[in-house]
Design a protein around this ligand. Structure first.
Ligand code: CMX
Length: 137
């Protein structure tokens, strides 16, 4: 099993990126990097950088979004942790062979030039976990 290379980002569910922007920029001193819509995942993603760590604020774009469901059930807060990997297909195959339940058995397109796949939180001890392969080096 090849090790993950780094924590790629931390995903935080929010009702409104605009409403939380001041907290991350002014109170924490994070650098705002922009907003992107990931239509496939029904989310708008706001990127903030603190040192080497990227935070992704996830705002649902409609009520069918997994983030809308999360907000309804749990309220705003930590949503997932993403790890950078090489060769996403190979990592998915290895995890499946080890009995891990994948939400995505084939890669999807993620934000910020990545291909992504989620592990089910029931297979990752309650933490929704994302594998992330950058497509732009
Ligand atoms: N972290 C930890 N556990 C979570 C979770 C999360 N973010 N979201 C759901 N769960 C848990 C629930 O608490 C629930 O547990 P219990 O059965 O013990 O109550 C269980 O998972 C099932 O949750 P659910 O609310 O019934 O929701 P669904 O099964 O419909 O969906 C999940 C859950 C994780 C499969 C779905 O949210 C999903 O497919 N997520 C991956 C895609 C995603 O989150 N995209 C948004 C981000 C996109 C991006 O970063 O680009």
């Amino acid at each position: 099993m090849q090790a993950a290379k780094a924590v790629n980002h931390i995903g935080i569910a929010v009702a409104s990126i605009d409403d939380q922007r001041d907290f991350y920029e002014k109170q924490l001193g994070a650098i705002f990097e922009g907003v992107e819509t990931v239509a496939d995942q029904r989310v708008k993603v706001g990127f903030f950088r603190i040192g080497d760590v990227r935070l992704e604020l996830l705002e649902p774009t409609d009520e069918e979004s997994p983030v809308a469901k999360f907000l309804e059930k749990r309220g705003p807060g930590l949503h997932h942790v993403a790890y950078t990997v090489d060769d996403l297909e190979a990592r998915i195959a290895e995890l499946k062979a080890e009995g891990i339940r994948m939400i995505d058995e084939t890669p999807r397109n993620g934000a910020h030039h990545t291909r992504i796949a989620f592990l089910h939180p029931k297979s990752s001890h309650g933490v929704l976990t994302e594998l992330c392969e950058p497509t732009k080096k």
